[in-house]
Design a protein around this ligand. Structure first.
Ligand SMILES: [Fe+2]
Length: 255
């Protein structure tokens, strides 16, 4: 499996606090069948792409020393911001620094009015935005079809394992299920912040995913699609469909 959303770099954001924790996260990932981890620190906290790439190299060396057989790939979790539109393509953090796919989050409370402009701005630079955990955004819980709109404009969707496992509450779990069964999700990742509570738990979510979408699609979400993203060549296999709320019928009794 490949985990495309983690905060594993030590001492750089609200993820791993030190090297020991980063190593513990790596061991936990390896034990759970993860072969590749993208380090995606919050970019607003470390506005230097070169620093992220350097830290990934350093941590990879530590993994080798500690015999943790996991490959690390640089990335970042960008915060939706108009400033991204003005940045040169090469300065924007993308997976593996390949200039093709980036991970971007919205503020949890509200989807900014300029979101479409930023997403489009990234696409004009040849970068496909992957929207991080939209199932956690209040507006998407209200209307899961917002994700369909982003997919139609060429963006992709990453879902968190914790949402599928119910760690963020029942309405987010329900939204996750709706999005999964409507083919609105292309990859599932841990968004792991540590080695305990929010750990790299793709393997825990995998069986839940199998129940919801079947084994073949579950494998696509945690392995095949993330691999294609890192290879810079992802093609949408299944078209997303609109979610229609089930109507409740009330029978009024005639007098
Ligand atoms: Fe994150």
């Amino acid at each position: 499996m490949i985990d495309l959303h983690t905060h594993i770099l030590p001492g750089i954001d609200d993820g791993a606090v030190d090297l020991d924790m980063a190593l513990a996260m790596g061991r936990c990932a390896a034990a759970g069948g993860i072969t590749t981890i993208a380090a995606t620190p919050h970019f607003y906290e470390i506005p230097q792409w070169s620093l992220v790439k350097q830290k990934v190299k350093e941590l990879q060396k530590e993994f080798i020393k500690a015999q943790i057989a996991v490959e690390l790939v640089p990335g970042a979790e960008l915060l939706m911001d108009m400033a991204l539109v003005d940045m040169a393509a090469g300065e924007i953090p993308t997976y593996g620094d390949a200039g093709k796919y980036c991970l971007i989050e919205f503020p949890l409370q509200q989807i900014p009015l300029y979101a479409e402009q930023v997403l489009f701005g990234l696409q004009t630079k040849g970068i496909t935005p992957i929207i991080a955990h939209p199932e956690r955004y209040g507006a998407v819980v209200e209307d899961p079809n917002l994700a369909l709109g982003w997919l139609k404009t060429g963006c992709l969707i990453q879902m968190n394992t914790g949402s599928i496992l119910g760690r963020f509450g029942s309405s987010i779990k329900e939204t996750a299920k709706i999005m999964l069964t409507s083919n609105m999700v292309q990859m599932v990742a841990s968004d792991g912040h540590g080695s305990e509570r929010r750990r790299l738990n793709l393997f825990e979510a995998f069986e839940a995913l199998v129940e919801i979408v079947g084994r073949a699609t579950a494998k696509d979400l945690v392995e095949t699609n993330p691999r294609n993203i890192l290879d810079g060549d992802f093609q949408l296999k299944v078209q997303p469909v609109e979610y229609r709320k089930k109507r409740r019928f009330f029978f009024s009794r005639l007098a």
